[in-house]
Design a protein around this ligand. Structure first.
Ligand SMILES: CN(C)CCCNS(=O)(=O)c1cccc(Nc2nc(OCC3CCCCC3)c3[nH]cnc3n2)c1
Length: 278
């Protein structure tokens, strides 16, 4: 029996993303805490609605311990609203963690950095695993899209939903952030590929440790120039040369020089770190 809005109690609003609002909810029948992302589709074109349907269908197919679990969706045709119900991540998102560390002058440990690197790589591996020939590239890997559960395990979220965004909508203009993680191939208008997600992963890991993205600038053209050059400072010295090296390998301008997901996971150091996690 499809879920309905009154099966849930809204607890609070967590925030507003590029596509709509995220609310913390409680499922009345068992008290389970979840979230829903509510999106208004009334002003969407038929093509955008079709994209939304296919994005939600992709979400339904992704089952992995490090990917935010999709539960259900509710469509309220009277208000032209869709509610996408997903697991709640108690630990919040990495962007909040980075901002808090920056504010308090704190930094994550080396162990935690490896844990995030490994678990996010495993989540990307699931995304890239070809699903009926359709690779689900994340396309928007950034700290705000990586959540933590109560045990600070990674939950990769917010697939494609941001992509569904209809460009002329007010949300689009309001929520366009600086694309710090844009890869050189995207800057050069070449095609997005699996190695572009690796570049973004390297940038995210760098920012998580250094509390600043590898490339920063006050305008897009200056940022593009720095990205094309690919030079950035070493991680803070508290982090090992191995961590700096594996992140540096991911942030290489030459696509073919970047490691694949398989080679990251096959790295002896990563294997050792993975065993320590299990
Ligand atoms: C302990 N503290 C450091 C952290 C406190 C943390 N508690 S908190 O303040 O409610 C909090 C903060 C942020 C996230 C979450 N959990 C969460 N957020 C999602 O999306 C957030 C949304 C994404 C788009 C932009 C607007 C926000 C999810 N999507 C699927 N599952 C989700 N779970 C909870």
């Amino acid at each position: 029996m499809p879920a309905s809005l009154d099966d849930f109690q809204v607890i609070s609003t967590i925030g507003t993303g590029s596509y709509g609002t995220c609310k913390k909810i409680c499922r009345k029948k068992d008290g389970k805490i979840l979230v829903w992302k509510e999106m208004e589709y009334g002003s969407m074109t038929e093509a955008e609605k079709q994209m939304l349907v296919s994005e939600v269908n992709l979400l339904r197919e992704l089952h992995h311990q490090h990917i935010v679990k999709y539960y259900d969706r509710i469509i309220d045709r009277t208000k032209a609203m869709i509610y996408i119900i997903m697991e709640y991540c108690e630990g919040g998102d990495l962007a909040t963690l980075i901002a808090a560390n920056k504010k308090n002058g704190e930094s994550i440990t080396e162990d935690f950095a490896w844990k995030i690197l490994i678990q996010t790589t495993l989540a990307l591996k699931e995304c890239h695993r070809r699903k009926n020939g359709q690779a689900v590239l994340h396309r928007d890997l950034k700290p705000a899209n990586v959540f933590l559960d109560k045990d600070s395990n990674v939950k990769l979220g917010d697939f494609g939903l941001a992509r569904v965004l209809h460009s002329e909508s007010s949300f689009a203009q309001t929520y366009v952030g600086t694309p710090y993680y844009m890869s050189p191939e995207l800057v050069n208008n070449l095609s997005y590929n699996e190695k572009s997600d690796i570049w973004a992963l390297g940038c995210m890991m760098y920012e998580l440790c250094a509390l600043s993205p590898p490339f920063t600038a006050s305008n897009q053209s200056e940022l593009n120039r720095k990205i094309r050059l690919g030079d950035f400072p070493r991680l803070p010295l508290k982090y090992s040369i191995e961590l700096d090296m594996i992140i540096r390998k991911m942030i290489q301008v030459e696509v073919s020089q970047r490691p694949s997901i398989g080679s990251i996971l096959a790295d002896p150091l990563v294997q050792k770190r993975r065993e320590a996690l299990e």
